[in-house]
Design a protein around this ligand. Structure first.
Ligand SMILES: Cc1cc2nc3c(=O)[nH]c(=O)nc-3n(C[C@H](O)[C@H](O)[C@H](O)COP(=O)(O)OP(=O)(O)OC[C@H]3O[C@@H](n4cnc5c(N)ncnc54)[C@H](O)[C@@H]3O)c2cc1C
Length: 470
């Protein structure tokens, strides 16, 4: 049986940050993920904003880790070689609600957000020409940014693997036994041993806590639906545009993605833990509410609807250690959890060390980014194709993704097998046609690479095959 110092349960952004931090400190570490790829929970379906930190109530874990996480992101993205768009964020409103904006500004100052300023109508409409006419003032936070949440999570896990850690996919933890000083963690008949366990299971946090007798954390689930517009709408907004936040959340926003799409959403609808269905009512709400901040978007350019589930536990994050044990748990990591994750990990590393975990000197190995032919100049591309002609065969016409890029993703450290796992790494099927043209080719490349039949290729995890028979 394989044995590790630390087992992390859950490959979302929190588990991934911790996995990367511990492996870089030379700790033998395994990341156990129930799904067929990491980043398959809340981390794959959110706004991707690295929040500045004016929104959380002062003196909460949310405020503390939001601010620290925001500070850690630029260096983390540089180390991982993933993109971050340092565009800032804007909260906008009309004259009637100016007091609310001022309060948000004051809260931001109290939380320690740098560079915040209130912007008046003329400057605001120059920065963002598609704001709704009635918008007269805004709060600009230059430290706000946009990332690709799933690629960042994948990159962290890849970094952990190349620095000596192990990721076990399709490992749904269903039993934990404590034998003297070690935990035996099971997924069916498979199991691993570890001295320390950290529960980062998001929606599944209480299930894992129950396996070791740790307290049940009160949780509720709130769905956020989105509309994604194609790249022809690039520039509709230049940074995330929020309305004034309310107790119900940050409201419906319009924002650019890292790849030049525009995203509208999310809604906030109480739901069951795994309910990511999109609804007509949700779409109607997005359309109605987004136009309180911006001019009417071109809805003909919508290419995708999707939803993510927030896991909320009271007013703050829960990050605890179970008494008389080496079992730590996180729960209720809702927004700004993506932003806070590197800081939550930093805190957990500190707590693990206080609990006796030792670090080993370790020579850091840097992760290589995926080749992106679209970003290359003609000379670089010509050279690449000369050395490897598969980079010259375009498979996904919308996103201009070559066969070589897909093959490279298939060979990457986590050895992804599903269509969506490849999509999250190098973007085939992500464009206007949503796979209408390239999906058969992508299936064939995956099947050939893994030596399986076309009808064995899954979309996203078990029982999601695309073809019933060849
Ligand atoms: C609509 C929406 C918008 C958001 N926007 C933002 C934003 O712009 N900025 C921001 O900072 N935050 C945002 N958030 C919050 C952010 O997405 C979450 O805080 C963050 O993704 C939580 O990460 P996590 O690792 O805790 O959980 P998850 O990403 O859910 O990961 C938990 C993992 O545990 C795995 N798991 C569960 N049970 C088991 C088991 N038994 N065995 C093994 N594995 C298991 C799951 O498969 C999953 O992969 C948003 C959230 C939503 C839903």
């Amino acid at each position: 049986m394989q044995e590790y110092k630390v087992a992390i349960i859950g490959g979302g952004i929190v588990g991934a940050c911790l996995f990367s931090d511990l492996t870089r400190k030379g700790v033998s570490c395994v990341l156990l993920e129930a799904a067929s790829d990491v980043s398959n929970g809340s981390t794959k379906a959110n706004s991707g904003i690295v929040h500045a930190g004016y929104d959380p109530e002062p003196n909460t874990l949310k405020a503390r880790f939001n601010i620290r996480g925001n500070q850690l992101y630029p260096a983390m993205c540089a180390r991982l070689k993933v993109d971050i768009l340092q565009c800032g964020t804007l909260v906008v409103t009309d004259e009637e609600n100016r007091n609310g904006l001022n309060e948000l500004y004051e809260r931001g100052l109290e939380n320690g957000v740098q560079g915040l300023r209130i912007i008046e109508r003329e400057e605001l409409h120059t920065m963002e020409p598609n704001l709704a006419e009635h918008i007269s003032c805004g709060l600009f936070a230059p430290t706000g940014a946009v990332i690709s949440p799933y690629l960042t999570c994948i990159a962290l896990c890849e970094e952990g693997v190349i620095n000596g850690g192990e990721v076990k996919l399709n490992f749904m933890v269903d039993k934990i036994e404590k034998n003297e000083e070690k935990y035996q963690i099971f997924a069916g008949k498979d199991s691993v041993l570890a001295e320390y366990v950290v529960n980062c299971a998001g929606v599944g946090a209480n299930t894992i806590n129950a396996l070791v007798g740790a307290p049940e954390v009160p949780m509720k689930y709130v769905k956020g639906e989105y509309l994604l517009l194609d790249k022809s709408q690039n520039g509709f907004v230049n940074r995330p545009i929020f309305p004034l936040p309310t107790k119900m959340g940050k409201g419906i926003l319009a924002l650019p993605t890292l790849h030049g799409n525009i995203m509208l959403g999310p809604t906030a609808i109480p739901c069951e833990p795994h309910d990511t269905a999109t609804t007509e009512a949700g779409i109607a709400t997005i359309k109605e509410k987004v136009e309180l901040s911006v001019k009417t978007p071109n809805y003909k350019k919508v290419i995708k609807l999707f939803a993510g589930v927030r896991v909320i536990s009271g007013d703050d994050f829960v990050i605890e250690k179970m008494e008389d044990s080496h079992f730590f748990y996180t729960a209720g990591i809702c927004s700004p959890g993506l932003t806070a994750a590197p800081a939550i990990s930093e805190y957990l590393v500190e707590k693990l060390q206080e609990d006796g975990l030792e670090f080993e000197p370790h020579e850091f190995v840097q992760r290589k980014p995926y080749v992106c032919t679209e970003k290359m100049n003609k000379k670089e591309l010509k050279e690449l194709i000369k050395n490897n002609p598969t980079y010259g065969k375009i498979v996904c016409r919308c996103e201009k993704i070559s066969e070589g890029e897909i093959l490279e993703a298939l060979a990457s450290p986590l050895k992804p097998t599903d269509v969506d796992a490849i999509k999250r790494r190098v973007r085939p099927t992500m464009g206007r046609c949503q796979g209408g043209f390239c999906l058969p080719k992508v299936l064939k490349i995956i099947a050939t690479y893994h030596g399986i039949t076309l009808d064995d290729v899954q979309l996203n995890g078990e029982n999601s095959q695309i073809l019933i028979k060849e």
